[in-house]
Each structure stands twice: as structure tokens, then as C-alpha cells.
Ligand binder design. Structure first.
Ligand code: SF4
Length: 495
């Protein structure tokens, strides 16, 4: 970025010793331009975990763009997700393994490059989310550490001499004069090719001469962000060219295929196999009608209503709904009771022969005795497209706009959803962000539990799994009932 002389001057001014302060760290800086790929050996599990955890953060950033969240809201959601899945602490942090955190960050970034380099659309979305993550880290970085990071790189910015500043004082002031407390005699400027700062050129915030933009030092962040973006764009194109060599690798390619779906409906976490009944208790066959009405997302509401109406569900519908109910906390005995009663037009013989085995199989009690996972939103969205007579799938994706609008009103109007909410939901659907639409419906229908717009299923998180939706809904109800009970017992005094 600076010449050696300039670098020293900068350090003296900001009182940063030039010796490496954190020489014991393999990764000296929290910020990373990801110039070099990681070279350490890594297990296939770590390869996937690092990428999935990073994708959880990026997918929420992407959802925030779709939801038109303000920069501050987006930052807060991304920081909450980062704290959970991808913490990267300052070099001065104690009691954390900073190198391990930074290695995970580094590996995850490079794995996702492999997953998202494959089409222009994926590259564009990846760059946009990565840019936002970098900006958030830049904003929250310790000032001194940020300067050290800048000094560690050669950005090739040419400092503008004092005589040149004097010569163009008028033009420089006209371009940058809008900056707070701007005084030309106190400012430093750098020259860069104008193409490196298109945002500043577009906003007329720089003086242009001979193809060079004169950038005030205070606009340094624009230069850095632009540099980050163009480096990443170039790197992704190079990765895309090299990718066909990986096609033979049967371990990695399925992981990359799976990761590249991440922007479709986020990354679901612990909701696939674990039962969500621990905090809210086991459920019985009798409870399902009431629970469906209060807690199920649209996909499961639709399946439940079709089952009640037709007294039957086709194979994919039974699979999607059955595994959802299993993870919700329905025991095998209760599941058999539920399905037996639901298929009321079928004789015992036929039920025992054709359905009982499959139900037991899905609980891992027959065949290869596998613990089958409930389907996540991504799996439902990308799975078998429903044909005539089928009820599985995601209504936000698989219903026409008209059918979806009437189904939403019919299903959720008793929980507060109105006609006025539809344009926003349909907007998310049109832009193919189905889980964002579902998240908005969750917020609207749980407003009486104190869920506000943008909160999602907690901390701004989007819906990524039907069981996560239902479990969160049950938790909110439980909390509300407990509060009401405490109030009626006189434990809580309302102000
Ligand atoms: S987004 Fe997920 S939870 Fe919501 S309806 Fe679709 S599949 Fe179900």
C-alpha cells in the first residue's frame, strides 16, 4: 500500500511498534484477503464443517439483502451468526485459540470458493455476501490491528505529494469537501486507477486526472473493499477454470453440490435427526390436529390438511410428513396410532401389510435400521417435484402465486396474517427466496408472542428446517403460557 518510508511514518504517527506483536500467531491478522489457499492436511469432515459453518453466516447475509434490512440490522444478524458458527477474535483476545478460529475461516472460505465458482449467478451472490462479511469485520476490527493489516499488504496506492495537493487544492476540495471536518491542509490523498474505485467515481467523491482517482485517506475503506471484491472475482474465475479437475473426486463433489444449494434455503443445523421434544415434551397422536393449527409451517400444514381431507397421502408425502412428526417427538407407537386412524378408509389387513412396515422402517426398526433424518428446507425445495395428486414439497415453491395467496390466507388468517402481508411474502417467492417468505410468515403469525419483523426464528435467523419452525413456535407458546400463569399467580407485576 505504502512505500517503506511512508509505512514507517504511518506507524510512528499511530504509535504502532513495527515488530510483530503477535509473532506467536500463524495467522497474524483477523482480517484476511485470502490470497493463498490453505496448505495443511485436513480431514474430509473438517473440510465440510468449516464450509457449512461459514455458509450459515453467508446465507443469513444473503437473506438480509432479500429482506431489505438496513446495514445495521444486517450487521447485527451476521454478528450473531458469526458468534455462533464462525467467531474470529481480535489478536489481543485471550482464552481463545485465535489461530484455530482463523484457520477455520480460511479453510471455509476456500471450500466455498469451490462450491460457488460454478456459475456466474453463484459467483455474484458469493462475492456479495463475502464482501459484506469482510466489511462487517472491518467495521468491528480493532483500529490498531486494522492498521497493522493494511501495513502488511502492498495495495499499490501512490501517495499524492504535498506540492500536487496544493496544485489541485480546489478540485480536491470540490470532490471531497463534503467529508466531515474536511480541511485540505490536514488531508492525505492516494492515487489509484479510477477503475479501482467505481463507487467513489459514481458518487463524484474523487478528483480524476489522467485516468487516476485522487482518493482521500479517509475513504481508504472504499479502496480496500474494492480491492477485496476484484481479487475475489478474479480468483473465482480462475477456480472455475480449474474445477473440472475435481470432477473425478467422488468424496468432494457431492459435498460441493450440497454446499452450492446453501443460498437456496440456508443451512439447517441440529433439526434433522434429533427429536425436538426435549424442551416441550413428547407428543401423542391426539395432539397433532391442534399442533398443526398452531405450530406447523406451510408445507406440513398442507400435508396435514390433505391427509385429513383424503384420508390418505402418497409415498413422498408420507415420507416428508412422517419423518417430520418423528423428529417432533411422536413415538413409534403413537405414529402407528396416528397413521392407522388417519387412513380410515383402509382395512386393517392392507394397513398392516403396506404401511406399518414403512412406518417402522422410518423409525429405524426394520430393514437396514437407519436413523432417517427429517427433510430440511433445502431437501424439500430441491427434492422430487410434486405431480398431480401429490401433497409433498414446499408450497412457497410449488404452488402458483394465486394458490399460494389463497392458501396463506385460509391457513394463517386466524393467526394474524392479512391480505396486506401478501405482497411482501410474494416478493420473496418471486425472487426464489422461499425460506425468506416462510420466515416472514413465521414472524407475522407469532407477533402475539412478541416476535417482531426481522427477528426470524430468533436472533434474525431464517427458517431452514420445518422442525426448527415448529420447535421454535412451541417454545414461544410455552414461554407465553408460563408468563400468563405467573401473572395470574401474582408472581409478575405488570407495569
Ligand atoms: S420454507 Fe421450509 S419450512 Fe417453510 S414451507 Fe418451505 S419447506 Fe416448509
Amino acid at each position: 500500500m505504502f512505500s517503506a518510508r511512508d509505512r514507517n511514518a504511518f506507524s510512528k504517527k499511530s504509535n504502532i511498534p513495527q515488530v510483530e506483536k503477535y509473532s506467536n500467531l500463524k495467522y497474524s491478522h483477523r482480517l484476511n484477503f485470502y490470497d493463498r489457499p490453505p496448505i495443511d492436511d485436513i480431514t474430509i469432515e473438517d473440510f465440510e464443517t468449516c464450509a457449512l459453518d461459514r455458509l450459515r453466516v453467508l446465507a443469513e447475509i444473503e437473506s438480509s439483502f432479500v429482506r431489505n434490512r438496513s446495514w445495521e440490522e444486517l450487521k447485527s444478524v451476521a454478528l450473531t451468526q458469526s458468534e455462533k458458527y464462525l467467531p474470529v477474535h481480535a489478536s489481543t483476545a485471550i482464552a481463545v485459540d485465535r489461530d484455530a478460529e482463523r484457520k477455520k475461516d480460511h479453510v471455509g472460505h476456500f471450500v466455498l470458493r469451490l462450491a460457488f465458482c460454478r456459475s456466474e449467478e453463484l459467483r455474484r451472490r458469493f462475492v456479495k455476501s463475502e464482501m459484506a462479511l469482510f466489511r462487517i469485520r472491518w467495521d468491528t476490527d480493532d483500529r490498531v490491528e486494522r492498521e497493522e493489516f493494511l501495513n502488511s499488504r502492498d495495495f499499490d496506492w501512490i501517495p499524492v505529494s504535498e506540492s500536487e495537493i496544493k496544485e489541485h487544492a480546489e478540485e480536491l476540495t470540490a470532490a471531497a469537501g463534503g467529508l466531515k471536518d474536511f480541511k485540505i491542509e490536514n488531508e492525505k490523498f492516494y492515487k489509484v486507477k479510477w477503475t479501482r474505485v467505481p463507487d467513489l467515481v459514481e458518487r463524484r467523491r474523487v478528483f480524476l486526472k489522467g485516468g487516476m482517482a485522487y482518493v482521500p485517506a479517509r475513504e481508504q475503506s472504499s479502496l480496500v473493499f474494492q480491492e477485496f471484491q476484484s481479487n475475489l472475482e478474479k480468483a473465482l474465475e480462475l477456480t472455475a477454470k480449474a474445477l473440472p479437475r475435481l470432477d473425478e473426486d467422488t468424496r468432494i463433489v457431492p459435498i460441493l453440490d450440497n454446499l452450492s444449494q446453501g443460498f437456496l434455503a440456508g443451512v439447517s443445523s441440529e433439526w434433522s435427526t434429533a427429536s425436538s421434544s426435549e424442551s416441550t415434551g413428547k407428543i401423542t397422536a391426539e395432539m397433532i390436529d391442534d399442533m398443526a393449527r398452531k405450530h406447523f409451517p406451510m408445507c406440513m400444514r398442507h400435508l396435514h390438511e390433505c391427509l385429513r381431507r383424503d384420508r390418505h397421502l402418497k409415498h413422498h408425502g408420507r415420507l416428508q410428513y412422517g419423518l417430520f412428526l418423528k423428529v417432533l417427538g411422536l413415538s413409534i407407537e403413537e405414529a402407528i396410532t396416528f397413521w392407522r386412524r388417519s387412513f380410515s378408509q383402509i382395512q386393517d389387513d392392507k394397513f398392516n401389510k403396506e404401511y406399518r412396515y414403512n412406518i417402522r422402517h422410518s423409525y429405524g426398526l426394520e430393514g437396514k435400521r437407519a436413523n432417517y433424518a427429517a427433510k430440511s428446507c433445502v431437501q424439500i425445495l430441491t427434492g422430487e417435484t410434486p405431480g398431480p395428486g401429490d401433497s409433498h414439497g414446499c408450497p412457497y415453491r410449488h404452488f402458483s402465486q394465486e394458490n399460494l395467496s389463497s392458501a396463506l390466507l385460509a391457513t394463517y388468517s386466524s393467526q394474524g396474517l392479512t391480505q396486506a402481508d401478501l405482497p411482501e411474502i410474494l416478493h420473496a417467492v418471486k425472487s426464489q427466496h422461499y425460506h425468506v417468505a416462510c420466515t416472514r410468515v413465521f414472524e407475522i403469525t407469532h407477533a402475539r408472542d412478541g416476535v417482531y419483523k426481522g427477528e426470524g426464528v430468533g436472533g434474525g435467523e431464517s427458517v431452514t428446517h420445518p422442525n426448527q419452525y415448529a420447535a421454535r413456535s412451541r417454545e414461544l407458546e410455552k414461554a407465553r403460557l408460563e408468563t400468563m400463569k405467573a401473572e395470574s399467580d401474582g408472581d409478575i407485576v405488570m407495569s
